[in-house]
Design a protein around this ligand. Structure first.
Ligand code: ZN
Ligand code: ZN
Length: 361
């Protein structure tokens, strides 16, 4: 302890207060707008004024107490912002720059994953929005190593979707590696499923199919059509297995992207896939056991490729896909709300009355 802090706390004198959406304690609910102190800006960090912050399924799961969290903590991990202050050692970024940020303040810096550019799977990465304070606030400080510049022709609203697009890009393009001859079937049409289908299409897949249910008829399946996805299928009205068989001459899909997290859909991926095909796992099931048909997987020599979060390269690719117009995220953005309207926004998402809602702190 320094003697200075014994007499007065300099930070407290200088720091203002801001409103933030905080998970206040463990359990169901316990979400409220609170006045919290402005973030401290480290020597290698920048202070960002948040322009748009997307609500993710994870935020809903944290509200419902179905995802680990470390309260009291500000939620939110998908956002864009403008730099309004820079730390002492920051170079290359300046006040006024438009940026997005990967959703963590780095990992340990010394493990295999940190050293090979896979910080997102470092065991000690400090993830924002559930472990440490996130983006449902007017300000956030982030390290320069997490930042990416927003291309000039990409708006703050669009840029707020860089994180989910990067998750899709990492799984589908970087790990499952879409090829031009691939028939790609995406199970599940939430934001990640829609963006995975759009990324596969942008990468030049032969054809892309996406599935949903009756609840998706209102918004998500129409959005898939607006994204230009070749085959949009409601599995409660049509049999996806039959359609994939018909469209692939009985071979099966070259790639199945599992973005629904539903146990029956995960099992069906092994029926939909062709021999020696790739199943790309993107959606968590929330269950301990989903009953993967192991023998089918081996007999069909399935390549099971799972992906977690996103990394530096997938963020650059996501921004490039948006800037070039190859992926248009606009059909996913249902509404912009102020931070104070968070309850209405969360409810709309729970009721499938929105695909992606951006909060404007
Ligand atoms: Zn997310
Ligand atoms: Zn590490």
């Amino acid at each position: 302890m320094t003697p200075r802090s014994f007499f007065f706390n300099l930070d407290r004198v200088q720091r203002g207060m801001m409103e933030a959406l905080v998970k206040t304690q463990k359990g169901k609910g316990f979400l409220e707008i609170r006045a919290v102190e402005d973030p401290i800006v480290g020597d290698n960090e920048v202070l960002l004024r948040i322009k748009a912050a997307g609500i993710c399924g994870t935020d809903i799961h944290i509200m419902e107490d179905r995802f680990p969290n470390n309260p009291p903590v500000i939620l939110g991990h998908e956002f864009s912002g403008e730099i309004i202050d820079v730390g002492r050692d920051v170079t290359g970024y300046t006040i006024g720059d438009r940026v997005v940020s990967e959703p963590h303040k780095g990992g340990c810096g010394t493990c295999r994953y940190c050293l090979t550019g896979e910080v997102e799977v470092c065991r000690t990465k400090r993830a924002i929005g559930y472990k440490i304070d996130g983006s449902f606030a007017s300000l956030i400080s982030m390290p320069v190593t997490s930042l990416h510049r927003i291309p000039e022709n990409v708006t703050y609203e669009q840029a707020a979707l860089t994180e989910p697009l990067a998750v899709a890009v990492k799984g589908v393009l970087e790990r499952a590696r879409i090829e031009p001859e691939d028939f790609v079937m995406v199970a599940g049409c939430g934001p990640i499923g829609l963006l995975a289908a759009a990324a596969a299409k942008a990468e030049g897949a032969r054809a892309v199919m996406i599935t949903g249910t009756d609840g998706d008829e209102k918004l998500r399946l129409p959005a898939a059509r607006r994204l230009g996805i070749d085959h949009v299928v409601n599995i409660q009205k049509e049999d996806p297995l039959q359609i994939v068989q018909d469209l692939t001459g009985g071979a099966g899909a070259d790639v199945v992207v599992e973005a629904s997290g539903a146990a029956p859909s995960i099992r069906q991926a092994f029926d939909l896939i062709k021999i020696d095909g790739r199943i790309c796992g993107l959606g968590l099931s929330g269950k301990e056991d989903v009953g993967i048909p192991w023998d089918t997987a081996i007999i069909k020599a399935v390549r099971l490729i799972c992906s977690m979060s996103s990394n530096w390269t997938s963020w650059e690719r996501a921004l490039s896909l948006m800037s070039s117009g190859k992926v248009n995220v606009d059909p996913l953005i249902t509404a912009n709300f102020s931070l104070n309207e968070w309850q209405k926004a969360f409810k709309m998402l729970q009721n499938l009355e929105a695909i992606k809602i951006l909060l404007r702190p």
